[in-house]
Structures are given as structure tokens and as C-alpha cells.
Design a protein around this ligand. Structure first.
Ligand code: SF4
Ligand code: SF4
Length: 347
């Protein structure tokens, strides 16, 4: 592990150099919001962003629509892969935690070649949060800062950035950073203070238990009235799914040309809150009621995924996007889990 310090001016030149060599995706302003886009120049980069509209991990590794294969009569089928090398620059620690969780999901039981080829072609430069968003609660989910899972971690310490490497890929990358010098003890102290402050600043909603307690809490909450109460005003719009960095459900569809000579297989984002998500052959639908779908999302975040992966980290990283996206204001996981704690206690 190497920790270097680089002035902001030199960092801009380093990014411009990277842009000449490969695609670099980073947070850019979109009106008064932010979104990850391909950079043409370091001047577009906004590392002071609060939160992006869409989570970068899903946008780049599990795109909204993707062609998996094409086929043709007499020509068989061809899998379609994208393994273009690129740098994902400026991902916040909570989205990094979601990315690392998704890596496990897509590489474990059913190795997903489409996802993994893109993932292995990427270099991840994470970035500590400078401006907390209005709904972020990463501190409650243990994702306000990052200790691993990046190739390089950037921290803004005022007039410079600290760059910590987390992999051989990261080591190789920062060799290109002209003007970077070894970080001094005082620089590391500044970074330590930023990490400490971010535990307080990234806490706009506060979970009243340890996030590792959620599976146990949910074990006794399946028949709680909160699911029906909240679902009464749910539009089943699926916005909470679409903006979430840890939602990964997709639908697969085959399309054939009118003369049946060629076709494509595509996958596209799906969402467990949408009506029809669980419809199977014979018109059977096993989560037809809105409250069942509403409950499923919260169980998946707090219990099913952590149990599947054998981790104490929930599948909610506290980015706060669903809180901002939900018009009837019912999607906030913290509000629901805290309500369950109030009613069911902590043991
Ligand atoms: S909880 Fe909110 S965002 Fe999610 S589907 Fe219901 S209304 Fe839409
Ligand atoms: S459930 Fe909401 S707050 Fe949690 S990771 Fe998903 S979008 Fe972010």
C-alpha cells in the first residue's frame, strides 16, 4: 500500500493524461444534480458532488439494457461482451460498498461473464465524500468510509488529494501521477480527521440499532402491520429499485426479426416493487399484493442478501437515493427499521 499526496493542479493534469489513454467516467454536474459521465477533460470533474442520480456501479457494470447475445439462422449465436478498459473515478464509499457486494453476487454461484468482463476491465478510483447529500445515512450502515475494495482511494485534504493504493492495478496507475510525493504524518492526520467527521456528517437519518442486528429484527417482523400501512400509499412505481446501488434484478427477453431469421437476447433492469415482477407461467403471481412487494424489498436489504453472502453488512448502503426518489415518502429503510425496533424491541 502506498499513500501519496498530489496538488489539485497536478491531479487535474494526471486525469487529463488518463483521458488521453482510456475512457474515464466521473461525476459531472447536470443542472443542480450530478451524474457519472465519460469525461473529455478534468475540468468537468466534480469530486465535491453530493450524490449522483444513478448509482455508478449499476450504470457501468449492469447497464439498464444490455444485449447478451445475437443469433442468426445458419450462423448460430454469438455472445456479446464489452471488456473495454476504463477508469471509474470518484465513486463514494457507500457506492463502492454496493459495487463490492454486487461483485460477490455476480461471481459466486452463477458466474456472470457479462458483468465480470466489464468489472475486470475497470480501474476503481474511490473518493471520500466532500459534500454529504441531504438523505445520506451511510454512517449507520458502516459505509461512510472505505478500507478496501478500491484500486485507489482519494481524499480531499484542502489544497491537495491523498491517493492511497489498494491493489497492484492502483500502484501502476499512480506511477503516472507526476508531482505526487509521499504523504507526511500531518497529511495522514488530516485524513483521519476527515474520516472521523464523515461518520457524523453522513448520518442524516439514524438507525437505532447496529446494522448487523437487522436480520434478527426482521425475523420477528414478517406479520407486522407496518407493511400494509406503508404500502397503502405506494404507487408501485419502482423508483426505489431503479435508483438503488444494491438492486440487481433484471428481466431477460428474446426478440426475433419479423421473418424469424435473426434475433437478440437482452436483459433490462427490473424491480421487485413493480406489479407483475413475480408473474410466472400460468398467470401465477406470488407477490401480487403491494404490501408483500413492499415488505420484500426491506427484507432483501436487511436479511436475505446478508444471509446469502454470509456477511454482517446489509444490502442497503445508506446512499439515501430511495428516500429522495419516493414521492409518498415511504421508502426510507431507516424509518421502517426504527419503527420495528420501537414496536418489537431489540431482543
Ligand atoms: S416505495 Fe415509493 S418509490 Fe418505491 S415503489 Fe412505492 S411509491 Fe415508488
Ligand atoms: S435501499 Fe435506499 S438508501 Fe439503501 S442503498 Fe438502496 S437506494 Fe440507497
Amino acid at each position: 500500500m502506498t499513500i501519496k499526496k498530489i496538488s489539485k493542479d497536478a491531479f487535474g493534469k494526471f486525469v487529463d493524461g488518463l483521458i488521453k489513454q482510456q475512457k474515464v467516467m466521473g461525476p459531472c454536474a447536470k443542472g443542480d444534480r450530478f451524474e457519472f459521465e465519460q469525461l473529455d477533460s478534468s475540468s468537468q470533474l466534480r469530486l465535491d458532488y453530493d450524490v449522483t442520480l444513478r448509482p455508478p456501479n449499476r450504470k457501468y457494470f449492469l447497464p439498464p439494457v444490455e444485449t447478451l447475445l445475437t443469433c442468426e439462422v445458419g450462423g448460430g449465436y454469438q455472445s456479446v461482451y464489452d471488456d473495454t478498459e476504463f477508469v471509474l473515478l470518484g465513486i463514494h464509499p457507500y457506492d463502492l460498498a454496493a459495487l463490492n457486494q454486487m461483485d460477490q453476487i455476480f461471481s459466486r454461484d452463477n458466474y456472470d461473464t457479462h458483468y465480470m468482463k466489464r468489472r475486470l476491465a475497470a480501474t476503481i478510483i474511490a473518493c471520500d465524500v466532500v459534500t454529504p447529500s441531504k438523505d445520506v445515512f451511510a454512517a449507520s450502515m458502516g459505509t461512510a468510509t472505505a478500507e478496501a475494495g478500491f484500486d485507489v482511494l482519494l481524499t480531499d485534504i484542502g489544497d491537495s488529494y491523498l491517493m492511497e493504493t489498494g491493489s497492484p492495478k492502483g500502484e501502476k496507475l499512480i506511477e503516472k501521477a507526476q508531482g505526487a510525493v509521499d504523504a507526511a504524518a500531518g497529511d495522514l492526520e488530516k485524513r483521519k480527521n476527515i474520516w472521523k467527521e464523515n461518520q457524523g456528517r453522513l448520518s442524516k437519518h439514524k438507525l437505532n440499532c447496529s446494522s448487523s442486528y437487522l436480520p434478527k429484527l426482521l425475523e420477528k417482523a414478517y406479520s407486522h402491520p407496518v407493511w400494509e400501512e406503508k404500502a397503502k400509499t405506494c404507487f408501485s412505481c419502482g423508483s426505489c429499485n431503479q435508483v438503488c446501488p444494491t438492486c440487481y434484478c433484471f428481466n431477460v427477453q428474446d426478440d426475433v426479426s419479423w421473418d424469424f431469421t435473426k434475433g437478440t437476447r437482452q436483459r433490462a433492469w427490473d424491480g421487485c416493487l413493480l406489479d407483475g415482477f413475480t408473474k410466472v407461467a400460468g398467470e401465477h403471481e406470488f407477490r401480487k399484493k403491494r404490501e408483500d412487494r413492499f415488505r420484500h424489498r426491506l427484507y432483501r436489504k436487511g436479511k436475505y442478501v446478508p444471509e446469502k453472502l454470509g456477511t454482517k453488512t446489509p444490502a442497503c448502503v445508506g446512499c439515501g437515493r430511495c428516500v429522495s426518489a419516493c414521492l409518498p415518502d415511504i421508502a426510507n429503510p431507516v424509518n421502517i427499521y426504527n419503527r420495528l425496533i420501537d414496536d418489537l424491541g431489540l431482543e
